[in-house]
Design a protein around this ligand. Structure first.
Ligand code: BGC
Length: 513
C-alpha cells in the first residue's frame, strides 16, 4: 500500500499544499459507514439470540432448556453450539475473505472492495430477514461475514489514504467510533423490536443491517478511489485529478510525487510475507499478532455479543436485559470520544495501562459478586440492587476498554509497520482479530456453563498478562513519524537486539545523531 501523506523519507513530517475540503470530509464520513455495519452486526446478534420468538423458530431446544432452567442451573441455559455458531460463523467467513479482500483492494482499488463488501452485506441482511430455517440463517451470516471482511480491510485503508496527514489519527479512530455507534444503534433496535412480541421482531433487527450496507454500497459507487491506489494501478492522471479535488488546490505535485516514490519503493519488495518473517521485523510481527489477540482476550465481545443473555442469566427480565445492552452501548460510544481527545496528548501507554487496571478491578468485582450471591450451582438470585451494581461495574469495564484496547487495538498496529510490510501486516492484524473474535464467540456460552463466575477471573488474568506486556514490551508511539518508527525499536531495551544499524535509514541516522 502506498502511504499518501505519510512522512516522506527524509524523516520530516512534510505539510503538503491544500486544505481540509468538505469533499474529503463527506467522502470519509460515507466510507466510515463500513464501521457502522461492523458494529451493527456485533450488537444485533446478542439481542436476537435472547428473544424467545427467535429461539422458538430456530433453536427450540435452547428455549426448552431456558424454560426448564428456571430455579435450576442458570449458567448453562444458553449453552448451545448451534446458537453460538449463529454468532461466530460470521467471523470465520470474515477471516477467510479478508485475505481475498487484500488482493482485490490492491489490484482493483479500495472502492471495489467497499462496493463488493457492501453488496455482500446487503444480500446477507436480506436473506437473514426472510430466513425460514437455520441453513438460511447461517448462509446470511456468512455473506455478512464476507461483507465485514472486505469492509474492514478496505475502509481503514481508504480513510487513512484520503485523510490529510494532520487528520489521520482522528479519522482512524473515526472508524472505531462508527463501530461503537453501530453497536449502540443495534442495541436500541433490539430493545424496540424485543417489545413487539409479534413473532417477527428479530426479522426487523437483522434486516435493518441493510440500511448502513446500502449507504456504503451506493456511497462506494459515488466515491472516488484514493489517489494512492490510482497511482499504484498506473492511473496517474486520475490520481492527480482526485488529489486536486480532495485537497482543494491545483498545486499537488509534491504530494503526488511522494506517492509515486512510495509506490515504487513498495513494489521493490517482491514478497512482503517473507519479509515480515525476517528478524528485523520480529517486533512488528509480535505486535501484529499480540495486540489484536489481547484486544479480544479482554473479553469485550462477551459483553458486546451476549450482554442481554448475560443479564437474563443473572435475573433481569427480557426488557431490562435488552435495556442493559443499550446502556453499556452508550457508555462505549462516549468513552471512545475520551480516547480520541487524549490519545495524542497523554500517549498510548497511559491509556493502555489505566484501562487495563480499571478492567481488572471491575472484572474481579463482577466475578466476586456472582460467585458469592449466584453461586456455582447457578441457583441463587441476585437482589435488584446487586443486579444493578453488576450492570454498573460492567459499564466501568466497557468504558475502560473503549478508551484503551478498543481504539488502540487498531491504531497502534496500523502505525508501526514500515511501508513495505504495511499491507501484509494489516492483513495479519485483521485476521488475528477475527480469529479470536470467533473463538470467544464460539466458546463463551460453553465456558460460562463450565467456569461460571470463574470466567470473569479468567478474563481478568488475561488483562493482567496484557498489561504487563504493555509495561515491558510496547513502546510509546505518540507523535513519532511513521517512517521513523524503527528508531523506537532500536532504543527499546528488549527489541533493540533485532534492529541492526543497517536497518536504520539515512534520515533516521540523522535524527538519531
Ligand atoms: C473490536 C470489536 C469490539 C468493539 C467494541 C472493536 O475495537 O475489534 O471486537 O466489539 O471494539 O466496541
Amino acid at each position: 500500500m502506498a502511504g499518501g501523506g505519510l512522512a516522506p523519507s527524509n524523516g520530516e513530517v512534510k505539510h503538503y499544499n491544500g486544505r481540509v475540503t468538505s469533499f474529503v470530509i463527506v467522502t470519509c464520513v460515507i466510507a466510515a459507514t463500513g464501521g457502522l455495519i461492523f458494529g451493527y452486526d456485533i450488537g444485533v446478534s446478542g439481542g436476537v439470540t435472547s428473544m424467545d420468538e427467535f429461539l422458538e423458530k430456530f433453536f427450540p431446544s435452547v428455549l426448552q432448556q431456558e424454560n426448564k432452567a428456571s430455579g435450576k442451573n442458570q449458567w448453562c441455559q444458553f449453552d448451545s453450539q448451534m446458537l453460538t455458531s449463529f454468532t461466530s460463523s460470521l467471523y470465520v467467513a470474515g477471516l477467510i475473505s479478508t485475505y481475498f479482500a487484500s488482493m482485490v483492494t490492491q489490484a482493483f482499488g479500495r472502492k471495489s472492495s467497499m462496493l463488493f463488501g457492501g453488496a455482500a452485506f446487503l444480500l446477507g441482511s436480506a436473506i437473514n430477514g426472510v430466513a425460514m430455517n437455520v441453513a438460511m440463517l447461517i448462509i446470511g451470516r456468512i455473506l455478512l461475514g464476507v461483507g465485514v471482511g472486505f469492509a474492514n480491510q478496505a475502509v481503514p485503508l481508504y480513510l487513512s489514504e484520503m485523510a490529510p496527514p494532520q487528520l489521520r489519527g482522528a479519522l482512524n479512530m473515526g472508524f472505531q467510533m462508527a463501530t461503537t455507534i453501530g453497536i449502540f444503534v443495534a442495541g436500541l433496535v433490539n430493545y424496540g423490536t424485543g417489545k413487539l412480541h409479534a413473532g417477527y421482531g428479530w426479522r426487523i433487527s437483522v434486516a435493518l443491517a441493510a440500511v448502513p450496507a446500502l449507504i456504503m454500497t451506493l456511497g462506494a459507487v459515488a466515491l472516488p478511489d484514493t489517489p494512492n491506489s490510482l497511482v499504484e494501478r498506473g492511473l496517474r492522471d486520475q490520481a492527480k485529478a482526485t488529489l486536486r479535488k480532495i485537497r482543494g488546490t491545483d498545486d499537488v505535485e509534491a504530494e503526488l510525487q511522494d506517492m509515486i516514490e512510495a509506490s515504487e519503493e513498495a513494489k521493490k519488495v517482491s514478497d512482503p510475507w517473507s519479509s515480515i518473517l525476517r528478524p528485523e521485523h520480529r517486533p512488528h510481527l509480535v505486535m501484529a499478532i499480540a495486540i489484536p489477540m489481547f484486544q479480544q482476550l479482554t473479553g469485550i465481545n462477551v459483553i458486546m455479543f451476549y450482554a442481554p443473555v448475560l443479564f437474563k442469566t443473572i435475573g433481569f427480565g427480557d426488557s431490562a436485559s435488552l435495556m442493559s445492552a443499550v446502556i453499556s452501548g452508550l457508555v462505549n460510544v462516549f468513552a471512545t470520544t475520551v480516547s480520541i481527545a487524549t490519545v495524542d496528548k497523554f500517549g498510548r501507554r497511559v491509556l493502555f495501562l489505566e484501562g487495563g487496571i480499571q478492567m481488572v478491578v471491575s472484572q474481579v468485582a463482577v466475578g466476586a459478586i456472582l460467585g458469592t450471591f449466584f453461586g456455582d450451582a447457578g441457583t441463587g438470585k441476585l437482589s435488584p440492587a446487586l443486579a444493578n451494581l453488576v450492570l454498573a461495574l460492567i459499564c466501568v469495564y466497557v468504558a475502560a476498554f473503549a478508551w484503551s484496547w478498543g481504539p488502540l487495538g487498531w491504531l497502534v498496529p496500523s502505525e508501526i509497520f514500515p511501508l513495505n510490510i504495511r499491507s501484509a501486516g494489516q492483513s495479519i492484524v485483521v485476521g488475528v482479530n477475527f480469529l479470536f473474535t470467533f473463538i470467544i464467540a464460539q466458546l463463551f456460552l460453553m465456558a460460562l456453563c463450565h467456569l461460571k463466575s470463574g470466567l470473569f477471573y479468567l478474563f481478568a488474568a488475561f488483562v493482567v498478562v496484557m498489561t504487563l506486556f504493555v509495561v515491558f514490551l510496547v513502546p510509546e508511539t505518540k507523535g513519532v513519524p511513521i517512517e521513523e518508527m524503527t528508531l523506537v525499536w532500536k532504543k527499546h531495551w528488549f527489541w533493540k537486539k533485532y534492529i541492526l544499524d543497517d536497518h536504520i535509514t539515512p534520515s533516521e541516522h540523522q535524527r538519531e545523531d
